[in-house]
Design a protein around this ligand. Structure first.
Ligand SMILES: [Zn+2]
Length: 149
């Protein structure tokens, strides 16, 4: 790209002032971009913290009361907050498994509570209507990851 042309002022004083302003503007480009990156990193850290707290809040409710499961974080909020895994239990045969949230085919904007009706027990697949999953807790990593069925 050709450098931008600034018409040369007639007076020497104006030429000097233009050179000074150009230097200032070029320096500000770098400074402001650096400040933007810094502000964005702080913002992302705050969002990560908020996502983590939301997951912890949901876990406390699940542990204390077992529900209601709604409201819940979204799948991407859980992952961003450091909870990559969801422990579920089949409401019929009580088999537990850990679901790797990052490996789900559901869109990342799906709420965790919406997974209850979508994650089905493979053991009970042939036993009539497949029961929905009971959601137990979000976890930082799966103990035994089983692909979604
Ligand atoms: Zn089952």
């Amino acid at each position: 790209m050709a450098p931008k042309h600034h018409p040369t002022p007639l007076s020497g004083g104006d030429r000097k002032a233009l050179t000074k302003e150009l230097g200032r503007a070029r320096a500000m480009t770098t400074i402001l971009a650096g400040q933007a990156a810094e502000a964005r990193a702080k913002g992302e850290a705050l969002i990560r913290q908020a996502d983590k707290l939301l997951c912890e809040s949901w876990n406390e409710r699940m542990w204390a009361n077992g529900g209601p499961i709604d409201p819940s974080p979204t799948v991407d909020q859980a992952i961003n907050g450091g909870f990559a895994s969801l422990e579920i239990e089949c409401s019929r045969c009580k088999t537990r498994r850990d679901v790797d949230l990052a490996a789900l085919r559901h869109p990342p904007t799906t709420f965790v509570h919406d997974l209850a009706g979508r994650l089905r027990c493979s053991k009970c697949a042939k036993a009539g209507p497949r029961p929905s999953a009971t959601l137990l807790q979000l976890m930082s990593r799966p103990r035994l990851a089983v692909p979604e069925t």
